[in-house]
Design a protein around this ligand. Structure first.
Ligand code: ADP
Ligand code: MG
Length: 614
């Protein structure tokens, strides 16, 4: 005897159905893609189950999807031999919406500006999208669990759905659809074939239509298909479906290799580093298949940390079939797979940099920060990552330069690669540390991204050239600057000025002395010990670790008119004192080490007033 129970859809589900039923979305055909993708998931899960458990219903049934269409009756049926659903699972999966993207879908459509067509694509609202074309839907399912009974679910898109017992002896799920009058096209076999080729060709199980017993689809998963046979559009569509990102990827890497490990992979670099706010993909990681069976949805052991933005699928015949989601982590094969994948991705990036500088620049802006982090965190990979780094420099603010570009432009006799660290590309150019280098026309890398300080912890050398912070560069050994004015403050006067500075600044500086390298600037802060790690000081500041203003040597430009005028002020007068304070804090500010720049405002005001009184 079959018994039917009526259930109310949750409020959110009702809302969703309402949107879908009344949608005028022209690409309604995607409903079929969603049903086929669910069927394929169900078949995959069954196959995964049978790896360890032969005690399932119909263990020998062919894993397939069968579509039948009836033009006269305006019906369409999608039938799979997958894992099936029990009575409770049907209620859980089709009666509530938590599992699919529906909740987020509704959120997104609340905004009147949302383009529904985009959102449907983005969320792939899954099963419920069938209501774009259906007058009613009946799902009949029987779980792979031998003792479970068949169950049926029926809904018209109104407020309720019905659940009842069903007659079904074989394992799987059958979805019957009565098409709306204006959706009769979906009962035409040629139309269905068309949609399958467009959206579902690479589903890894045969899809049969009607009486025909040759499959409509190619069946090989896209990643197992040879590159020559895959179109650009197919790559993009596969990306959108796997990542639930609706923008196009920047790059795909299709790998098929037999040595040192057997491996198929289809990896993507997304167009943007930031995942969309509505993104459904919960985590980083690659989908890992063993012989076409999905064993891990978010695997993080296949690529190094610094490539964690890479998305896609990896499939290997070499992983043992009885591998479980847990033991795959400890399998000795993983490091080998990781090595192959890492090398391939890095090689593709090098090629991109070489062959398409524009696109590489987009990549660098979005993902450069990951590579910088890689330099800091993976010392073994510094040599592979370094060629991919890009920089702005004092002499070449545009476009980006590689270290190789820099080296190729080095002056005769230059033995080091110079860089300066600062807060932002504009203010860093005003740094007194650059005085000497500007006057010599020497190129300096501008490192103004917070991650640069971390990167410098791992980047000490490129080829045979050491990287050197201009603040610590030993300019004594370098050619003398010609612009350096001869007109210096006399020795005795200068030493009394130094005393005044020392008295005012006290403990805040370790020393005050003359500089040999300043041209335009009044003063600069230097490390007493040229090997001191000023990068580390900045790293601490960024991390918010008990930051203390580091004590440095204040170097003064003995030829600078400001200092000459400062000497003319009454010794130890208030004005002289606050100007000295300000010179020191300016130097801190330019160094990017000032903890609270706005605190200077009142002193600057005092100086203004003094200037106006004159
Ligand atoms: P999603 O596929 O993103 O989980 P859907 O709305 O497409 O969301 O499907 C909801 C759930 O219904 C699926 O997660 C699955 O548990 C179940 N389901 C749908 N179709 C089938 C099917 N053909 N066989 C077994 N379970 C299914
Ligand atoms: Mg789905």
């Amino acid at each position: 005897m079959s018994e039917t129970q009526q259930f109310l859809f949750k409020a959110e589900t009702k809302q969703l159905l309402n949107i879908l039923i009344h949608s005028l979305y022209k690409e309604r055909e995607v409903f079929l893609r969603e049903l086929l993708s669910n069927a394929s998931d169900a078949l995959n899960r069954l196959r995964f189950e049978t790896v360890t458990n032969r005690d399932v219903l119909d263990p020998n049934a062919e894993l397939k999807i069968h579509i039948t269409a009836d033009k006269e009756a305006r019906t369409l049926t999608v039938h799979d031999t997958g894992i099936g659903m029990t009575h409770d699972e049907v209620i859980e999966n089709l009666g509530t919406i938590a599992q699919s993207g529906a909740r987020k879908f509704i959120e997104a459509t609340k905004d009147k500006n949302t383009d529904l067509s985009k959102v449907i694509g983005q969320f792939g609202v899954g099963f419920y999208s069938v209501f774009m074309v259906a007058e009613w839907v009946r799902v009949t399912s029987r779980s792979f669990k031998k003792d479970s009974k068949a169950v049926t679910w029926y809904a018209t898109g109104e407020d309720t759905y019905q659940i009842g017992d069903a007659d079904m002896s074989e394992r799987g799920t059958k979805i019957e659809i009565k098409l709306k009058e204006d959706a009769s096209e979906f009962s035409e076999e040629y139309r269905l074939k068309n949609i399958i080729h467009k959206h579902s060709d690479y589903i890894g199980f045969p899809i049969y239509i009607g009486e025909d017993n040759t499959a409509v689809n190619k069946q090989t998963s896209l990643w197992r298909t040879s590159k020559q046979e895959v179109t650009e559009e197919q790559y993009k569509e596969f990306y959108r479906q796997t990542t639930l990102d609706f923008e196009d990827p920047l790059l795909h890497v299709h790998i098929s290799t037999d040595a040192p490990v057997q491996l198929y992979a289809l990896l993507y670099i997304p167009g943007k580093a930031e995942r969309g706010i509505f993104s459904l993909r919960k985590d980083d990681g690659l989908k890992l298949y063993t012989r076409n069976i999905l064993i891990d949805e978010y695997n993080k052991d296949l690529l190094p940390e610094y490539l964690r933005f890479v998305q896609g699928v990896v499939d290997s015949e070499d992983l043992p079939l009885n591998v479980s989601r847990e033991t795959v982590q400890s399998s000795g094969l993983m490091p080998k797979l990781k090595k192959v994948l890492t090398n391939q991705v890095m090689r593709e990036l090098e090629n991109l940099a070489k062959n398409d500088a524009k696109k590489y620049e987009i990549f660098w802006k979005e993902f450069g920060v990951y590579l910088k982090q890689g330099i800091a965190a993976s010392p073994a990979d510094v040599e592979t990552i370094s060629p991919l780094l890009r920089f702005k420099t004092n002499l070449n603010p545009e476009p980006w330069s590689s270290l190789a570009d820099y080296v190729s432009r080095m002056k005769d006799g230059q033995k080091e690669i110079y860089y300066i660290v600062g807060e932002d590309p504009k203010s860093v150019l005003r740094s007194p540390h650059l005085d000497y280098f500007h006057s010599q026309g020497t190129e300096v890398l501008l490192l103004t991204d917070p991650m640069d300080s971390f990167m410098l912890m791992g980047l000490h050398k490129y080829k045979e050239y050491d990287l050197k912070n201009v603040a610590n560069a030993d300019v004594e050994q370098m050619p003398k600057s010609q612009e350096q004015a001869e007109d210096k403050i006399p020795e005795a006067d200068f030493s009394s000025l130094v005393d005044i500075f020392k008295k005012v600044l006290g403990e805040r500086v370790t020393d005050v002395r003359a500089s040999h390298r300043l041209v335009q600037s009044v003063a600069r802060l230097a490390d007493a010990d040229a090997s001191a790690n000023s990068e580390l000081q900045r790293v601490y500041k960024y991390l918010g670790k008990e930051y203390e203003i580091p004590k440095k040597v204040l170097e003064l430009n003995a030829s600078h008119p400001s200092l000459k005028n400062l000497l003319k002020l009454e010794a130890n007068s208030e004005l002289q004192t606050i100007i000295i304070e300000q010179i020191y804090e300016n130097a801190l500010l330019i160094e990017g080490l000032h903890p609270d720049p706005s605190s200077m405002a009142s002193r600057v005001q005092q100086i203004i007033e003094a200037a106006l009184q004159k």
